[in-house]
Design a protein around this ligand. Structure first.
Ligand code: EPU
Length: 329
C-alpha cells in the first residue's frame, strides 16, 4: 500500500508544541503517485491539512478532516548536479548529508527543526542565509490541476518567511525539493554571534562544516530544544514597518533594534514583559522572548490566548502588529 489510513489519530506526538489534538483521519503517504487517490477519499471532503514533523504548527482544536503526512524519502544527486531530497527527510540530517559530501550553502541553516518539504513553505532562514538562495526547484502535487508539478525557484515566489506555498495554502503538497549547492562558498559570518562562536571553538579559517557546528552551538544555547520543552521556534515574524513608522519608533525608542525596515519581535515582546512570562504551562521562553513554549500540559488554546495577549500589548505600546509565524489551526 502506498498509503495507510488511521481514524481519530492523536496529533500531540506529531507536533513539537505537543498539545493535545486529534485528526478525524490521518493518511501517511509513502509515494507521491498515491496523492490523487488519497485526496479523492471521502475522508478528505471536510478539508485537508498537510503535516510534516509538525514543528511549525499550533493546534488549538481538533481537525475534522484528513491530515496528510507525506512520508516521501530519499536523497540523490541528479545527473545535472542538483541534489534532490524527499519531503519527509529531516532538514538538519539533510544539511549534514550535504556538508559531508562537500557541498556548501546550507551550513547557516543547521539545526532548524522540521522536514525538507516544509523548508520552502516558510522559506526558512537563519544566521544570514535564506533557503531561497539554494532552491532550484520544488516538486509538488497541485490540488487545483490535480497533477504532479515542478515549480522553478521564481515560481515559488519566495520572500521573508513566505512563498507561493503559504500564499496558496490549500493548493500544493510539496513532495521533494531540489537544491543547487556550490562546492565553495565564502563563509557567511556577519550575523551576531557567529564569529565569536568560531573564535571560542578556536577556528580561524572556517569550513562550511565549522560554520554549521558554530550555528548548532549557538542555537542549542539560545533556543529551547523542542525535545525538552514544546515550542515551534519563533512564534512571530519580525515585523516590517513603513519608513514613517520606523522614524516615529526610532525617535520614541532610540534603543530599539531595527535593520532594513525590520524590527525585532523578540525585543518588542521583552519590553512588554513577556520574556519568561507564564500563564500556567503556557509561556514565553526565558532564553528567547520570541519563542512561545509549552512547559508541560498547556493546551493549544491556552498558548494561543497568551500569544494574542502579547500581540495586543505590543500593539498598544508600540502600534506594531505582530503576525504569527507558525500555522495556527
Ligand atoms: N532580542 C531580545 N530579546 C530576546 C532575544 C532577542 O531583545 O529575548 C533581540 C536582540 O536585540 C537581538 C535581536 O532580538 O539582537 C535578534 O535576535 P536573534 O538573533 O535571536 O534573531 P530573531 O530575529 O529573534 C531570527 C529568526 C530565527 C533565527 C534567528 C537567527 C525570525 C522570525 N526568526 O530570530 O528563526 O534562528 O533570527 O538567524 O525571523 C524561526 O523562524 O523559527 C527561527 C528560530
Amino acid at each position: 500500500m502506498a498509503h495507510t489510513l488511521t481514524e481519530n489519530a492523536p496529533l500531540a506526538a506529531r507536533t513539537t508544541f505537543r498539545v493535545p489534538a486529534h485528526a478525524a483521519w490521518l493518511a501517511e503517504v509513502r509515494d507521491a503517485g498515491a496523492m490523487p487517490e488519497v485526496l479523492a477519499l471521502p475522508q478528505a471532503a471536510p478539508g485537508v491539512l498537510v503535516l510534516g514533523e509538525g514543528s511549525n504548527i499550533l493546534f488549538t482544536r481538533d481537525f475534522d478532516g484528513l491530515v496528510v503526512h507525506p512520508d516521501i524519502r530519499g536523497i540523490e544527486v541528479l545527473a545535472d548536479g542538483a541534489v534532490r531530497a524527499g519531503a519527509a527527510e529531516n532538514w538538519h540530517a539533510f544539511v549534514r548529508w550535504t556538508l559531508a559530501r562537500g557541498y556548501a550553502g546550507l551550513e547557516n541553516l543547521a539545526l532548524i527543526p522540521g522536514t525538507v518539504g516544509a523548508a520552502p513553505i516558510q522559506n526558512i532562514g537563519a544566521y544570514g542565509t535564506e533557503l531561497e538562495e539554494f532552491v532550484s526547484a520544488v516538486h509538488a502535487y497541485d490540488r487545483v490541476a490535480r497533477a504532479q508539478c515542478e515549480l522553478s525557484r521564481d515560481a515559488c515566489a519566495f520572500s521573508y518567511r513566505d512563498s507561493v506555498f503559504k500564499q496558496q495554502r490549500d493548493r500544493y503538497i510539496v513532495t521533494a525539493v531540489e537544491f543547487r549547492l556550490p562546492r565553495e562558498r565564502a563563509p557567511v559570518l556577519d550575523y551576531a554571534g557567529v564569529r565569536d562562536e568560531l573564535a571560542a571553538m578556536g577556528v580561524a579559517a572556517p569550513s562550511p562544516t565549522d560554520v554549521a557546528d558554530a550555528v548548532e552551538r549557538l542555537r542549542r544555547r539560545k533556543l529551547p530544544d523542542p525535545a525538552e520543552v514544546g515550542n515551534a521556534g519563533s512564534f512571530f515574524k519580525n515585523p516590517v514597518v513603513a519608513a514613517e513608522a520606523a522614524e516615529r519608533l526610532a525617535a520614541a525608542f532610540p534603543e530599539m533594534p531595527m535593520w532594513n525596515g525590520k524590527l525585532s519581535a523578540a525585543w518588542l515582546l521583552e519590553q512588554c514583559g513577556f520574556k519568561g512570562a507564564r500563564d500556567g504551562d503556557a509561556g514565553f521562553s526565558e532564553r528567547h522572548a520570541l519563542v512561545l513554549v509549552n512547559h508541560g500540559s498547556a493546551t493549544g488554546a491556552q498558548l494561543w490566548a497568551l500569544a494574542q495577549r502579547a500581540q495586543a500589548e505590543v500593539k498598544q505600546k508600540f502600534g506594531v502588529q505582530l503576525e504569527p509565524e507558525p500555522r495556527v489551526i
